[in-house]
Ligand binder design. Structure first.
Ligand SMILES: C[S@@+](CC[C@H](N)C(=O)[O-])C[C@H]1O[C@@H](n2cnc3c(N)ncnc32)[C@H](O)[C@@H]1O
Length: 272
């Protein structure tokens, strides 16, 4: 039995689907069981700023255009945990540590990652095609989310994107899947693109906040290994369902297999 943070005990649950291993519980209770990982793509909870906006959905429906309502979040914000997450997972990671966040929190993550000894490289942006509008019209809606890219390993950082830029355009996941969806599910196409750019086939990717396992599905589809941790059993079960299917489907190299871009875009502007 493993200790559950916040009291009580829960049965230790570890599930394996092909090259994916999933742990149910708090990442702090499982990190010692996990060896070094090549990359950590942490879709952590966001900060108070984002959670507060979604909490309003508890009070009343916000949309009058027939679109999907915001869902209040059942998990704690990242505030108070950011430095601990950065320190623990930078130490475990041999390559990239990507941390997802709202644009307002890029600076907080930057300082936390640098304090943890990582080499901060860039803020990247998911441009959310079909994002929820700002329904009260009192200011701009949230059309982008961010992730910070920091290198935790020795030597130079390396990725498969050459000189391409830091914006990633992908639709917000919407379609019902015939069973419950995680309230902050990332688009699988976004995670596939990131996987192909920031890792190589055969490497091990970890998401210590895996939710319904989108990072893991992308990893298996692209021929990477995956280790994930999730504290909420409902989301853990969703992740098991999705990872089992992904392991059965096998590696899919059709879509975002990356074509190497021109290394330096300036070269394009120089007449030959
Ligand atoms: C942003 S969501 C991840 C969503 C996921 N990328 C997906 O597509 O389904 C963050 C997840 O972290 C989980 N979580 C929060 N604190 C945690 C902790 N201390 N240990 C493990 N998981 C945690 C939450 O329950 C939540 O499901």
């Amino acid at each position: 039995m493993a200790a559950r943070r916040g009291g009580g005990l829960m049965g230790a649950r570890v599930e394996t689907f092909g090259a994916a291993t999933l742990y149910l519980g708090d990442w702090r209770d499982h990190i010692e069981e996990i060896g070094p990982v090549d990359h950590t793509f942490a879709d952590t909870p966001y900060g108070n700023f984002m959670h507060a906006a979604k909490a309003k959905a508890r009070a009343r429906p916000l949309r009058n255009d027939g679109g999907p309502e915001l869902i209040p979040l059942e998990f704690e914000t990242i505030e108070g945990q950011r430095e601990e997450v950065a320190a623990a997972w930078c130490e475990k990671t041999k390559g990239w540590m990507l941390t997802f966040c709202e644009p307002e929190a890029v600076g907080d993550w930057r300082w936390a990652l640098m304090a943890a000894g990582a080499r901060y490289k860039r803020a990247c942006f998911w441009v959310k095609v079909g994002a929820t509008p700002q329904m009260n019209g009192q200011g701009p809606g949230m059309g982008v989310e961010a992730f910070t890219a920091a290198w935790c390993g020795p030597g130079h950082s390396a990725w498969n994107g050459g000189g391409r830029d830091n914006h990633f355009e992908h639709p917000v996941p919407r379609k019902p899947r015939g069973r419950e969806r995680h309230p902050t599910e990332k688009p699988i196409s976004l995670m596939e693109e990131i996987t192909v750019l920031f890792s190589n086939p055969g490497q091990l990717i970890c998401d210590p906040f895996m939710g319904s396992g989108t990072t893991g599905v992308a990893a298996l589809r692209k021929g990477r290994g995956f280790v994930g941790i999730e504290v909420n059993e409902k989301y853990f079960d969703l992740a098991c369902y999705r990872l089992e299917a992904a392991a059965q489907d096998g590696v899919q190299t059709d879509f975002f297999e990356y074509r190497k871009p021109v290394q330096n875009r300036m070269e394009l502007a120089v007449p030959s």
